[in-house]
Design a protein around this ligand. Structure first.
Ligand SMILES: Nc1nc2c(c(=O)[nH]1)N[C@H]1C(S)=C(S)[C@@H](COP(=O)(O)O)O[C@H]1N2
Ligand SMILES: [Mo]
Length: 271
């Protein structure tokens, strides 16, 4: 009698366990199905600049939030020179094939919203750039691959360069005053001499006081593999925007082509 009762209880218990197990697995299976359907949906969405539209939208929202939170005057933390590393990492060699820097001049194309006019394109030598006020920045250089290092750079503030050559600014005395008022560049585009690497950057970030056209590293001339003779250092952005070996600088109202953006990365790449 006792044994029978126990068996019954056990049978009942087994049933409950079985039912619960089946139910749990069914939910789990449904969950997997849901994940799979969601993923299918996502990858089948129309693409926007190399990413499924919903993902691109998230990046746009990110950009809105962060460009609002950080004003143009927000400064990146600076460090003493003594904390800068001496063995600066070399990362990325697109557009960095063998090159004779003695041939180099910076090609600058002024923003011309209408048909180009004579004088839109001009060339600046390294000596001319070095005559502009020299500045330095020591900051934590961050790459989207997940590494960072405190590095020390020297050059001219882009804002000083822009004011001197009257490019990409609101200067009313600029020779391009025949351009319609309000039609100022929204972006700068920078390209390596061979056209292989290129970035597009919003003017607010370009004119930021820590953004420099850089020709020195650790107090010495910029090494070849770090972008000699001239690279961009822009602490408010991730490493991808710090283009090495600038050949051409131009300005535009629309976002210029951007190497890593075309691979699906965030255009803004702000910090
Ligand atoms: N011309 C050129 N500039 C470039 C790259 C590149 O591949 N080619 N890589 C970028 C990336 S992803 C990073 S993190 C930094 C690295 O700069 P470094 O080599 O001085 O560390 O350069 C940026 N500038
Ligand atoms: Mo990077």
């Amino acid at each position: 009698m006792m044994v029978q009762e126990e068996n019954k209880q056990e049978e009942k218990f087994r049933k409950v366990v079985r039912r619960k197990t089946v139910r749990a697995f069914s939910w789990f299976f449904l969950f997997l199905l849901f994940l799979f359907a969601g993923w299918k949906w996502l990858v089948n969405q129309p693409n926007a600049d190399g990413l499924p539209k919903p993902l691109r939208k998230i990046l746009h929202v990110n950009e809105k939030i962060f460009s609002g939170v950080y004003s143009d005057s927000h400064l990146s933390k600076e460090y003493p020179k003594s904390s800068a590393v001496s063995d600066v990492r070399v990362n990325g060699d697109v557009g960095m094939k063998a090159y004779d820097t003695s041939e180099w001049t910076l090609q600058v194309v002024r923003f011309s919203p209408f048909t180009p006019v004579p004088g839109d394109t001009f060339y600046v030598t390294l000596d001319e750039i070095k005559k502009l006020p020299r500045t330095e920045v020591v900051f934590n250089f961050k790459c989207i691959e997940g590494w960072s290092q405190v590095t020390w750079w020297g050059g001219v503030k882009f804002s000083d360069f822009a004011a001197h050559y009257r490019v990409g600014t609101r200067d009313q005395s600029a020779p391009d005053k025949e351009y319609a008022p309000g039609m100022i560049a929204k972006y700068a585009g920078l390209v390596t001499p061979d056209g292989e690497y290129y970035v597009g950057i919003d003017m607010a970030s370009m004119l930021h006081p820590q953004t420099i056209l850089c020709y020195e590293m650790n107090g010495k001339p910029l090494p070849m593999n770090q972008g000699a003779p001239l690279r961009l250092i822009i602490p408010v952005k991730y490493g991808v925007k710090h283009i090495k070996r600038i050949g051409t600088l131009f300005f535009s109202a629309a976002p210029p082509p951007d190497y890593w953006f075309e691979q699906g990365y965030d255009y803004y790449a702000g910090l």
